[in-house]
Design a binder for this molecule. Structure first.
Ligand code: NAG
Ligand code: NAG
Ligand code: NAG
Ligand code: NAG
Ligand code: NAG
Ligand code: NAG
Ligand code: NAG
Ligand code: NAG
Length: 277
């Protein structure tokens, strides 16, 4: 009799423990999964792996070199520093093919085509030490400044004239498509040159002369990024991130997994994870 009572008490205790564990499980969603929820600067874009909004999403939600700042102005731009002190506004994120569309932040205010270009020191973007490559449609605009005004400009360059604003007024210059045969001429009469990447798919050489260069500079160009492919993890309901030494992790509601959240079909977990630091 005593033995039966003992056993049933033990049984009830086990059931209570089991129920408590289940309750705990349902309440405890992994904090890293919660922390890596996609966030936005307010410009309509969602920021997630390999990017993370600095000060808003933990570092483990992305890779170094992919930190995003939010613009403090009303534009709410997502901003990335692509090389030392070179800030670019991200217009759009294409997570499915790992690319972004960006333009130099110094140009993000250009909307009125009648104004001069801002005082641009150098629009050349050096991607040597970054996690980005130019997209397949990269073209170049050549901006010539410090040009000899008394030379009045060779006739061939009349269609390419532009102006650069400076502290005291403006100076004149030329804007040419990178492949324009007249560029050696401009090189001869101008002191300095800067190369700005643009998208060749959207702007053809013949269109650049007609002041459309402001639009071309403004609308930006594509960059492809180099980081692990997140689709296996995100397709399984996880959020990609990193741990120590920037090891890839798939943060799932229960806990971090290596590749993807537990799935009925484990074979779908076998993804290709490539990250070259
Ligand atoms: C910028 O963000 C603020 C706050 O989220 C929002 O009220 C405002 O409409 C946003 N501005 C634009 C241009 O999207
Ligand atoms: C990422 O992986 C998925 C599935 O393996 C594939 O369909 C997709 O093309 C890959 N994306 C890139 C940018 O390689
Ligand atoms: C854009 O214009 C606003 C207002 O005129 C100014 O505060 C801001 O600094 C400008 N941004 C850049 C990148 O020049
Ligand atoms: C612009 O920057 C590039 C690379 O950073 C450099 O090679 C080039 O000389 C610079 N041009 C000017 C006019 O300063
Ligand atoms: C990625 O896809 C978008 C549209 O879905 C496209 O505009 C863009 O050109 C693609 N990126 C690359 C690098 O091809
Ligand atoms: C041209 O570049 C040189 C070297 O960077 C600089 O000293 C000079 O002021 C520039 N000239 C103009 C007109 O900006
Ligand atoms: C500017 O062009 C004029 C006319 O071609 C020439 O006489 C003058 O030497 C040039 N000035 C400079 C600084 O190259
Ligand atoms: C700024 O513009 C004024 C007026 O056009 C010009 O005289 C001056 O040389 C320019 N300064 C620079 C640094 O280009």
């Amino acid at each position: 009799m005593n033995q039966v009572r003992k056993t049933s008490t033990l049984f009830v205790l086990l059931i209570i423990i089991f129920l408590l564990l289940q309750l705990k499980k349902s309440q405890c969603i992994d904090e890293r999964y919660l922390g890596c929820e996609p966030a936005s600067c307010g410009d309509g874009n969602y920021v997630s792996f390999p990017f993370h909004i600095m000060d808003r999403q933990p570092d483990y939600c992305g890779y170094p070199g992919f930190g995003v700042h939010c613009s403090s102005t009303t534009t709410n731009h997502s901003i990335i520093e692509l090389s030392h002190n070179e800030f670019y506004a991200i217009h759009e994120f294409f997570y499915h093919n790992q690319s972004i569309k960006v333009s130099n932040l110094a140009l993000s205010n250009l909307t009125d085509t009648n104004t001069c270009l801002p005082p641009i020191e150098n629009l050349t973007l050096n991607l040597d030490h970054s996690k980005f490559d130019f997209g397949p449609d990269k073209a170049e605009l050549l901006l010539f400044y410090g040009c000899n005004k008394s030379a009045r400009g060779p006739k061939e360059l009349l269609n390419y004239q532009t102006c650069f604003a400076n502290e005291t007024g403006s100076s004149s210059g030329y804007v040419l498509f990178g492949t324009d045969p007249n560029s050696p001429l401009a090189t001869r009469v101008c002191e300095n040159k800067s190369q700005a990447p643009i998208s060749a798919n959207e702007y053809k050489e013949t269109e650049i002369g007609e002041k459309r260069y402001l639009e071309a500079l403004n609308s930006g160009f594509l960059l492809k990024w180099k980081a692990s492919n997140c689709s296996t993890c995100s397709d399984s309901g996880g959020r990609c991130g990193t741990s120590h030494q920037y090891q890839f992790h798939c943060y799932c509601p229960d806990r971090p997994h290596l590749k993807c959240c537990h799935h009925k079909n484990q074979a779908s977990c076998v993804g290709t994870l490539v990250y070259k630091p």
